[in-house]
Design a protein around this ligand. Structure first.
Ligand SMILES: [Zn+2]
Length: 374
């Protein structure tokens, strides 16, 4: 679908649509390709987040529909195999402690590569052991043994477990109830202890800023490119949830946010002229590059079980591949991974007994590096 400005039909000099914002495709490709082989000193602080760098770069490349050279894919597989802990799960770097965040990043990166070599690296039995080692009696998950409880850890656990087909009947017992208790007053909570979807919708659409068109992370935070995915990616999930409820007023062509305004913000305000993204064009990093591209993809593609509609701001060449809003990988890679792992049996559940010695699970943890934007 080609956009035409309804205000001026493209005839005004200052019309944003007439100026056709451009995705700097080649510059982004060169920036990303270089990052797979060489990182500047600025990335030293992410030494405990190295699988993330693999995921951010590989996912950005797949959104740009740039193939990953076979030798680089194999090198990434080898590196991630060294990040896998002998006790299951992946660490932020070789020899470090297993942690749910790099586990999510490593599993996604391997599924984006999508080769037998990549899939075979994931030790599913030990991954299940690791998930049990961080599962808490109330249904929550800690990020690592001895670490903090965070709703993001539940997401990482659910994502890797569903992708690799290791969900047992008890692994996520009490987790939905725990997540429901995390909904705060801004997002409301109904009397029936169901997630209040309308309150959640009201909260997330209120995060899209009227002036900039991009999203803020929470009330009173500045707009930021990375929330283009973290917030806009929620809208397809809410669309699906409302659709299952039978809401008849749902659009069959648009998500419930200003897709055009988000594309304008990402393309006009966040692109570094030399490739890469951040919140402003003055600087860049791989984290924001990944999530600006992911948000741009969400804003370009509407899809449900019945239809697919594209809304590409600017040139047709700005079009990215669609991304799966749950896993944040391209849907074909999600389908391929599910097809592969669903052929394998779910590992035998080794739920730890409740009277196990808790002191054995409290070894000191190395600090996990924050991403550049915290
Ligand atoms: Zn950010």
């Amino acid at each position: 679908m080609k956009l035409v400005c309804l205000e001026c039909l493209g005839n005004t000099f200052f019309c944003v649509l007439a100026s056709r914002p451009t995705l700097l495709r080649e510059q982004h490709y060169q920036y990303l390709k270089k990052g797979l082989r060489h990182l500047s000193d600025a990335y030293e602080c992410l030494d405990a987040s190295r699988p993330w760098l693999c995921f951010w770069i590989l996912h950005s490349l797949e959104l740009l529909e740039e193939p990953i050279p076979t030798n680089i894919a194999s090198d990434v597989c080898h590196f991630l195999s060294r990040c896998q802990s002998p006790t299951g799960g992946f660490a932020g770097g070789p020899g470090q402690q297993a942690h749910l965040a790099p586990t999510y990043a490593a599993v996604n990166a391997l599924c984006i590569i999508g080769t037998d070599e990549a899939y075979s690296i994931i030790d599913r039995e030990k991954l299940l052991d690791f998930l049990w080692s961080v599962k808490q009696p109330d249904g929550s998950f800690v990020m690592h043994i001895g670490g903090e409880v965070d709703v993001r850890s539940a997401y990482c656990a659910a994502s890797v477990a569903s992708l690799t087909n290791i969900i047992t009947s008890t692994l996520f017992e009490d987790t939905p109830g725990w997540i429901l208790r995390c909904q705060n007053w801004e997002g409301g909570l109904s009397g029936e202890h169901m997630l209040d979807l309308k309150a959640l919708l009201r909260w997330v659409v209120s995060r899209q800023m009227r002036l900039e068109g991009g999203f803020q992370g929470r009330c009173n935070k500045l707009v930021d490119g990375c929330y283009s995915f973290w917030q806009a990616g929620l809208l397809p999930l809410l669309h699906r949830a409302f659709s299952k409820e039978g809401q008849s007023a749902l659009s069959e062509q648009r998500w419930m946010f200003e897709q055009q305004a988000l594309q304008e913000y990402i393309l006009l305000c966040c692109q570094n002229p030399s490739g890469g993204w951040w919140t402003s064009p003055a600087t860049r990093d791989f984290y924001h590059t990944c999530y600006c591209l992911s948000g741009l993809s969400i804003a370009q593609h509407f899809g449900n079980l019945r239809s697919h509609h594209e809304l590409i701001l600017g040139k047709e060449d700005n079009r990215l591949a669609p991304t799966h809003p749950v896993y944040n990988m391209c849907p074909d890679k999600v389908a391929q991974a599910l097809h592969h792992f669903l052929q394998l049996p779910v590992p035998k559940d080794k739920k730890p007994s409740s009277d196990a010695d808790p002191s054995s699970a409290s070894s000191p943890a190395p600090p996990q590096a924050e991403r550049p934007d915290s």
